[in-house]
Design a protein. Sequence first.
Length: 537
Amino acid sequence: MSQPLLTISDLAVSFGHADSEVRAVQDVSFTIEQGQSVALVGESGSGKSVTALSIMQLLPYPYAHHPAGSINYRGEELLGAGPSIMRAVRGNEISMIFQEPMTSLNPLHSIEKQIAESLKLHKGLSGNAATDRVLELLDLVGIRNARQRLGAYPHQLSGGQRQRVMIAMALANEPDLLIADEPTTALDVTIQAQILELLNELKSRLSMSLLLITHDLGIVRKMADDIHVMTNGHIVERGTATDIFNHAQHPYTRQLLDAEPGIKPVRAEQDTPVVISGNDIKVWYPVKGGVFGRTKSYVKACDGVSVSVQAGRTVGVVGESGSGKTTLGMALLRLIKSEGDIHFRGESVNALGKAGLRDLRRRMQIVFQDPFGSLSPRMSVMQIVEEGLKVHQPTLSEQQRADIVAGAIEEVGLEVSSVNRFPHEFSGGQRQRIAIARAMVLKPDLVILDEPTSALDMSVQAQIVDLLRDLQSRYQLAYLFISHDLKVVRALSDEIIVMKAGKVVEQGEAEQIIGNPQVQYTRELMAAAFDLETQLS
């Protein structure tokens, strides 16, 4: 029998030292054969990503270290390997798709430069040859108008587009082992299906091995040969996909398999007051060129959109990546410049200056799509969550703020004892809950939720959906819920707006949009979401 491509033996990972040491992974062992797909499955904080980062030697040393274990790739030990060995391996023989693309992409470099860097380093490509390969990769992962996107920077792309760029970078040198850490987290359902098909095709064509790290068991069922279930840093069950899904033995595995998103809510009353409304909202970005930098055309990110959100109700905004969903939310909050009339509680927001807007900020909050990018790495959880209280309620005492923050932290399912920790010490799902606590601590009238469950495993998704509904019922909150996950949209929304290329193509009551869509694009979107759900269930 040939030697496995990768062998992990008795791996242990610890953070901190002495009395503050935390053992994140312990006694983890598994192998990956050439051309095999292996999945690490578990909830946020189970140790999946830490194990994957150990393979690439990307953990923050010396704060993170390996008390024991071995990682052997093609007969060579990677634990403790020198920089020259790891440079040859990373991006060429082993590539990784990271969970949070906004923090993994360099904000100062164009998309073309970032993808071409790996091609130049490992393949010696430059000039037109490198550009042609970059265009081929962008087209492969579904980036439209790829040539026009070459000079774009990460902040100019949607979350899903950034994720696709990360996948293009990982596939650039056709690696032998691809580590995919939540590869479809930020992707809409139509692109998700395409990416999974692409990964399967490349795996077959290149005899590429795949280590899939995910909380989405539907994807695991479709993609994995072998499954290892992790919780609290240990592998508690392992087996073939067929055995795990049909004959799970461990209670934790059965708990994961039984987890479902929140059920469809009882719809809120329709005669509540309007909290925010936008009429004919336009956000156009100029495309300049030529010697004098004249405007040649416009990217119409949001083009004449009208929306209103009532107290105690949720308006879901759906559409593919780049359709303008997040742009609409940012425009309503006056976080980006836009044209059109915006009213909050009947008062025109357009006419307000900085001082007037500051008074409104407490009542208008947002949960951003990428929690790691929106949480300051230099601030503790306490400092992050209490910051809004210091600004908007300066008369509160330190103890009063601490009590309010503790309540908000408990509401989102985190331990109060975690308030003195920093964002990098949490999993992606835990960071998302911190972001929700920061928004909710001020008890706002309106919350814009931009993919608030995208980084969460299914059991936690159900908890967050229940939490959001409970808070909405208790405080009559108005939600603008932006998401590509139509199962969660179905569970939360009273009304749905469907966007495509910056325009609204259909809107109405949630039951009507999901059950009886009138527009072909909406029908395709719903079919992709719920057909995929059926295929993977």
